[in-house]
Design a protein around this ligand. Structure first.
Ligand code: GLY
Length: 421
């Protein structure tokens, strides 16, 4: 099979690594890729937002399947364009991608289809925001403020109190921090619990649920500091089989019924961010319409079987279920981030030590080659991924390698996977 993967981050490196090295002999082309991906697949310099050029590339290369990595092209309708050219595509069309592209749409979808989620209100003015904050905090607790549209992972604020919530709403609605993505805002009650990422592949009818993953979202240990795109992951996560079953029955299966009822054909990943409360009850915080990053890295490290065949099946609406197997070992991915992240990121720093690491896979997330030197090119630079017979063994391997990789000013969280020990 000839597969075109669209994207250039750690998620795409992990997908390509599994697709190209899975022993099935798939040929993988990547647009645009990165220096790490270039070592294992052919990269073509077409940007993820050059939709016409991506379409022409897929046609010219006569690919059997396109796998779209990031959310922005999906929200913009790249999968619809490719399907209109009869190219099987893994990734939802624009209507399905609204589950990620619009927080208002998604929360209303959850409510309409009785999927457990936090109580919420949709507001468009500060007067409405003040009233919503007062109502939603009347019984105590606090709220989460979410810009409606895509905001590069920065549009969600977990407010400390009502004043903090008001400031966040002002920042989005009046200061227009995220432009038109902040024309409306969701304000919802904060559910207290622990978060887990559950990713399911789907052809719109069937579900292939991947092993549970815990992301570590804040920049500092102990879940302190500002949110990032994710500083590291562990799979499996801390959730029990019983909680996983509830997530399937109460969240994922009603979602498929809801998509069918709303006449949305969905072929891609349903990535559920789920908060599990102290009683084990799951609440859907949000959906993403693509693989998580860095959730994909440990899951690809554990995956056995022909992923390409399953993604093609999903793209065609005939996904085989149960053909994937999972390494019983624990996988940990530790992100090495650049100085300044998640604020003003310093780029262009040299990366060294990669040749000296053993028994890990280093996925490139934001690297570039300048005059033959590998340098940082964004906030999250590398994802060092290790398997171990216990979480401690996997952590030891990952951190041993992380400590041998040099990047001036590098930032690393030292507690990835600590909760599942
Ligand atoms: N790691 C969070 C995300 O992929 O959105």
């Amino acid at each position: 099979m000839k597969i075109l993967v669209v994207g250039s981050g750690g998620r795409e490196h992990a997908l390509v690594w599994r697709l190209a090295q899975g022993g099935q002999g798939h040929e993988v082309i990547v647009a645009p890729g990165n220096p790490g991906i270039e070592a294992i697949a052919r990269c073509v310099p077409v940007a993820v937002d050059a939709y016409g050029a991506l379409e022409e590339l897929a046609v010219a290369e006569r690919v059997d399947l396109v796998v779209v990595g990031p959310e922005a092209p999906l929200v913009a309708g790249l999968a619809d364009r490719l399907r209109a050219r009869d190219i099987p595509t893994f990734g939802p069309g624009a209507s399905g991608a609204r589950l990620e592209g619009s927080k208002v749409f998604s929360k209303q979808f959850f409510a309409r289809h009785r999927i457990p989620t936090a109580p919420f209100e949709v507001v468009a003015t500060m007067a409405e925001a003040d009233a919503a904050i007062a109502r939603l905090t009347a019984a105590g607790g606090t709220v989460v403020v979410k810009a409606d549209g895509l905001a590069a992972g920065k549009g969600v604020v977990v407010a400390r109190d009502a004043a903090d919530a008001r400031a966040a709403a002002h920042d989005i609605l009046e200061a227009r921090r995220f432009g038109s993505a902040g024309a409306t805002v969701v304000i919802e009650q904060r559910i207290i619990g622990h978060e887990v990422s559950i990713l399911a592949l789907t052809d719109g009818t069937r579900l292939e649920i991947l092993p549970s993953i815990e992301d570590h979202k804040t920049i500092f240990e102990g879940d302190r500091g500002p949110n990032t795109g994710g500083m590291g992951t562990v799979s499996p996560a801390w959730v029990s089989d019983e909680v996983c079953a509830r997530i399937r029955i109460e969240i994922l299966e009603p979602t498929l019924r809801g998509l069918a009822a709303d006449a949305i054909a969905y072929r891609g990943v349903l990535y559920a961010g789920v908060m599990v409360d102290a009683a084990g009850a799951p609440y859907l915080l949000e959906y993403n319409c693509r693989f998580g990053d860095p959730e994909t890295q440990p899951v690809m490290a554990r995956l056995r079987g022909d992923l390409g065949n399953v993604l093609l099946g999903a793209a065609r609406g005939e996904m085989p279920v149960g053909s994937l197997a999972w390494d019983a070992r624990v996988a940990v991915c530790v992100v090495i981030a650049a100085a300044g992240y998640p604020g003003d990121v310093r780029t262009g720093d040299p990366i060294s030590g990669l040749d000296g690491v053993e028994d890990v896979v280093v996925f490139h997330a934001a690297t570039a080659l300048r005059d033959g030197v590998l340098v940082s090119a964004g906030g999250r630079v590398l994802g060092v991924t290790a398997l171990g017979i216990s979480v401690d063994k996997a952590r030891d391997k990952a951190y041993h390698a992380v400590d041998r990789i040099d990047l001036p000013g590098k930032q690393v969280r030292r507690d990835i996977g600590a909760r599942v020990r």
